[in-house]
Design a protein around this ligand. Structure first.
Ligand code: GLU
Length: 312
């Protein structure tokens, strides 16, 4: 059994961005988070990360929810929409401000790029230009969080011990962008805390964001969830799967079961061949009973090279 899960009631979640139809990479996160939450009778929530209005595709959110339904990935409670929660992000921002952790920044993206001491894990590291106040004659644009000179460590359920020196890998990061939108990093922490999420399962592309989120949880005094990051999905040529090519389509119930089987195979779970053509509900029930994170690879993997490619 799973003693860790039994000691605490698990609340997991799936948090897609509705920037297009459900993508194979996202589906991997959905199935992994579902099985890991349900294996101990925990809750599984769905949150639409629709904050970044310019990137939202109309109708994509509804389409993603329909696909989850066809796959039998039933969530608990109502879907949470980030676009309706701005006052919660504002309140968190206020708390961080009161702690002296937030500062106005006048730098444009180009200025940060030109003055960054080096390139960090996800682009230029903020050089600290406005940390002590905005230069005379400049207007505030974004709001940034002051990060400490500390090493952040956590134990990931698949990747093991992960360390990041936040100040040198990322620097003071943006909480509210120049266009007024709250940043993903802040929203995800506030949402997970408000919903009582204590198990975050998602793609390995977010591994480098995790120390930022852990620092935010600590700064806001909310519980740091456990993290399990799943391998990225590559095309047969070893490229990252594009939105267009990775779109999931499930027209029939038979396709739904096969797709879930392939996801479990991708995640190293070795679902029995006898379930290859089984209904979605049976494949999910097997996944829920047997999902074991220690079988999941850390390496990015090609979609369909794990035995699941039999049906092309
Ligand atoms: N919305 C993000 C995505 O679709 C996932 C965020 C998360 O799981 O923390 O990639």
């Amino acid at each position: 059994m799973y003693p860790d899960d039994q000691m605490r009631h698990v609340t997991g979640r799936f948090a897609p961005s509705p920037t297009g139809p459900l993508h194979v990479g996202s589906l991997v996160a959905a199935v992994g988070s579902y099985c890991l939450a349900r294996r101990s009778g925990g809750r599984w929530l769905v949150r639409m990360e629709d904050l970044d209005a310019p990137r939202i595709v109309p109708g994509a959110a509804e389409q993603i929810l329909r696909t989850l339904e066809v796959l039998g990935l039933e969530w608990d409670g109502a879907v949470v929409w980030q676009s309706r929660r701005k006052e919660r992000y504002e309140a968190a921002m206020q708390r961080l401000r009161e702690k002296g952790l937030v500062f106005d920044c006048a730098c444009s993206r180009r200025e940060v790029l030109a003055s960054a001491p080096h390139s960090g894990e996800e682009g230029p590291v903020y050089p600290g230009t406005c940390r002590q106040g905005i230069p005379r004659g400049r207007r505030p644009r974004a709001l940034r969080l002051r990060v400490p000179e500390e090493m952040f460590c956590f134990s990931d359920g698949v990747f093991g011990r992960v360390e990041q020196h936040l100040a040198s890998a990322v620097g003071d990061f943006v909480l509210r962008r120049a266009d007024g939108l709250f940043a993903y990093q802040l929203a995800v922490v506030v949402d997970d805390a408000d919903a009582g999420v204590n198990q975050v399962v998602r793609g390995a592309d977010l591994l480098a964001s995790t120390p930022r989120q852990i620092f935010l949880h600590c700064a806001l005094g909310t519980e740091v969830p456990g993290y399990i990051h799943l391998p990225l999905v590559l095309t047969a040529d070893g490229e990252k799967l594009s939105k267009r090519h990775g779109a999931v389509s499930v027209g029939t119930a038979g396709q739904a079961g096969m797709l879930l089987w392939r996801v479990l195979a991708f995640l190293g779970q070795e679902p029995p061949a006898s379930l290859h053509a089984a209904p979605a509900r049976e494949v999910l029930a097997w996944g829920t009973a047997h999902f074991d994170p220690s079988r999941v690879s850390r390496q990015p993997r090609q979609w369909g090279t794990t035995g699941g490619d039999r049906d092309g």
